[in-house]
Design a protein around this ligand. Structure first.
Ligand code: 4GX
Length: 236
């Protein structure tokens, strides 16, 4: 898979693309990430990328020409699926992440300021995506969230294929609790069943815990009857 990114802050991606899961995927040749500086596609001496909004009001708007030039240059070598990160987009979820992971080539547009001249979205964007209902200073962190989530679905990136499917949302439920050594922490012992060696009992316990937590914390994830299961306050 190839992912291109256009931003005015390419350096924000430096550590990210070299570290952990994404860094290893790149090193293993499973994922190729290229980050491009929007300002390389300006033609004025000040390399400006923003201007005052038509109609007035506060803040600045990113101008269209650098974006059109940058997208054309980056897309020249292929036909990437072009995504604009913005609060106006459809909210990213597990289904969308899996869908994007099946595409061979993504191009992520990271805007700043009040936004980008609307004609960019109208002409060189295939899809607008939001990572949630809050406002960031720029699309860069949203792009990194998308890249990390998508990377986990590229075959070979996560060591054990099973663990991707069985992770939270792989089964449409929140994850069960996890424990490791030592056996007692702050007076709290590891649940006995996990020490039993009874793999069937362990699997059943984990499934029950996942269901219990989903019902308590995210009843919206459970199909039908979720509302009637809703509890107030503490999980039971
Ligand atoms: N999920 N932001 C983008 C500037 C902007 C606005 C409109 C293009 C169009 C965000 C989010 C997010 C803040 C990133 C505004 N660029 N992005 N930025 N939530 O809040 O993705």
């Amino acid at each position: 898979m190839r992912i291109d990114v256009i931003t005015i802050f390419p350096e924000l991606f430096d550590a990210f693309v070299r570290t952990s899961l994404v860094g290893r995927a790149a090193a293993d040749g499973l994922l190729e990430i290229a980050v491009h500086d929007l300002r390389a596609h300006t033609d004025d001496p000040h390399r400006s990328v923003d201007d005052e909004p038509y109609g007035g009001g506060g803040g600045m708007v990113m101008t269209a020409p650098p974006w059109l030039a940058a997208v054309a240059a980056v897309a020249a070598g292929g036909s990437p699926w072009r995504i604009l990160l913005s609060p106006q987009g459809r909210t990213l979820d597990d289904a969308k992440v899996r869908e994007l992971a099946r595409r061979p080539h993504l191009l992520l547009l990271c805007g700043r300021y009040e936004g980008i001249d609307e004609r960019v979205a109208q002409t060189v964007v295939d899809e607008e995506i939001s990572i949630g209902d809050y406002v960031l200073a720029g699309g860069e962190l949203a792009a990194m969230v998308l890249i990390e989530a998508v990377s986990r679905w590229i075959p070979g990136v996560v060591g054990l294929p099973d663990s991707v499917e069985s992770d939270s949302f792989g089964r449409g439920l929140l994850d069960h609790p996890h424990y490791t050594r030592p056996r007692v922490v702050a007076g709290l012992a590891v649940p006995e069943v996990l020490l039993s060696g009874d793999h069937r009992a362990i699997a059943e316990w984990r499934r029950a815990e996942a269901l219990r937590r989903t019902r308590a914390r995210r009843p919206d994830l459970l199909a039908g009857g979720a509302k009637s299961c809703k509890t107030s306050g503490e999980e039971g």
